[in-house]
Write a protein of this length. Structure first.
Length: 427
């Protein structure tokens, strides 16, 4: 069965949890990532833009190639061998996703293009069917535009209102002091698990429980947490959860929405077309059972195969080991950045996800990132699709270094050395 991907080369679990400063993820892991071994502008690449997208290990690339070389056909359609294999690969990936996030059933998983489409799907289906004038959608001030704009569009259509849990100053934690008042009339709470701009890890389990207690439906944007820490939708207690494959070593163009079965049953279709119908007449149609009802057209089969391979790869490393490595690199980067004069570092004082955002008083972020790139260091600058948050922080843009399990402390040292050089030059 070709869709059952081979285990990656590093298939044993390393001692866990790790002690002290030694990561349980071996430095040789980098050999699995062809992109990481190149030079940029004559310098070894330091890839610190993992919150935007991660690099892909060979087992993922090989799984996609193998699928196209051996099994390629359309799903759910043919009676022939290749179509059966493609269908098995695609549905096998759905099971793998369910297992990865501990969903009760594969039926709870809807494949999408990524987080953005998953969020828009909830707004277009559950939202349009359940929200009316006066209902409140509760978000936080640190949401990515893709967990903000779909709700603005929905609010404009339905007359629902948006309300926000505020963020506290530079530390970027949620201010939960008036939560009970903020929860009144709330029909949907939608929030990010880990902030892509601040690195804050939000207390989503607690917030979902509070929202549930007032009868609200809950959605977790797991774009920055899936593949970075252990994720269990049953433990989180959420109704919906969205993530993208490309941020966890999978290919672009594939992601998933976890949607609790009871909610799916009452949701109207998302898009119309092939694959989502059972019978079609000239005037009306009947739809397939969920989740197929929400997946019109030929899906991203190769993407699902790649995502399956990525999840096998990550689970072999262990989500706790990945999280420990992420947080260690982020803490070390923050500690080293704090050595600079005139720097403002954003995000929580305590534990954070694998990223650090900062600004220098006297150096423009664009100059910084451009000159860092000349030295082979890839970081992102801008508002990171959180423009209202940046407005609140009082800065138009920040520089962001974001990490994954293949990054090392030595790379952080190189990054600091490059920053020192750049600042010297720009002075
Ligand atoms: N939600 C969060 C919290 C994100 O960080 C992102 C992407 C998205 C949603 C959207 O994911 P997509 O895969 O559908 O695009 N964040 C970033 C980033 O920080 N830099 O580039 C993309």
């Amino acid at each position: 069965h070709l869709w059952r991907e081979r285990l990656p080369r590093h298939h044993h679990r390393w001692p866990n949890p790790r002690r002290g400063r030694m990561s349980s993820i071996p430095a040789t892991i980098r050999e699995d990532f062809p992109t990481l071994t190149q030079e940029i502008n004559g310098h070894p690449l330091v890839y610190f833009d993992n919150a935007a997208t991660t690099q892909k290990p060979r087992p993922v690339l090989e799984a996609i190639q193998r699928y196209y070389e051996h099994d390629n056909a359309n799903v759910h359609r043919g009676i022939h061998e290749l179509s059966n294999r493609a269908t098995a690969a695609y549905e096998g990936a759905r099971h793998r996703v369910a297992q990865f996030i501990n969903a009760p059933s594969a039926k709870d998983i809807i494949f999408t293009r990524g987080t953005t489409e998953a969020l828009n799907l909830v707004a277009a289906t559950w939202g349009a069917g359940n929200l009316r004038e006066g209902d409140v959608i509760l978000l936080t001030e640190m949401e990515h535009h893709s967990n903000l704009v779909p709700w603005q569009l929905l609010a404009q259509r339905t007359g629902a209102q948006l309300r926000f849990i505020p963020v506290t100053g530079d530390f970027g934690e949620l201010d939960l002091s008036d939560l009970d008042e903020r929860l009144s009339d709330v029909k949907l709470l939608s929030l990010t698990h880990i902030s892509n701009a601040l690195g804050t890890i939000n207390p989503v389990t607690e917030l979902c429980a509070k929202a549930k207690a007032v009868g609200a439906v809950t959605l977790v944007d797991a774009a920055q947490s899936a593949g970075h820490l252990p994720l269990d939708v049953q433990a989180l207690g959420c109704d919906f959860l969205a993530f993208s494959g490309h941020k966890l070593c999978g290919p672009t163009g594939i992601g998933a929405l976890f949607a609790r079965a009871e909610l799916q049953a009452a949701m109207p279709p998302y898009q119309g077309g092939g694959e989502m119908i059972s019978t079609v007449g000239f005037q009306t149609s009947e739809y397939h059972e969920p989740p197929h009802k929400f997946e019109a057209g030929t899906p991203n089969i190769a993407g699902a195969v790649g995502l399956h391979a990525a999840m096998d790869y990550l689970d072999a490393l262990g989500s706790e080991a990945i999280h420990a490595h992420d947080t260690d690199i982020a803490a070390y980067a923050k500690e080293r950045l704090a050595e600079f004069d005139g720097i403002r570092i954003f995000g929580p004082a305590g534990e954070r996800g694998g990223l650090v955002s900062f600004v220098f008083e006297k150096v423009h972020a664009l100059d910084l990132a451009t000159m860092a790139d000349q030295q082979g260091v890839a970081i992102r600058i801008g508002h990171h699709c959180t423009q209202p948050l940046h407005e609140k922080l009082g800065v138009p843009a920040t520089a962001r270094a974001s990490f994954y399990f293949y990054n090392t402390r030595a790379e952080v040292d190189r990054f600091i050395e490059v920053l020192q050089k750049v600042i010297q030059l720009l002075k």
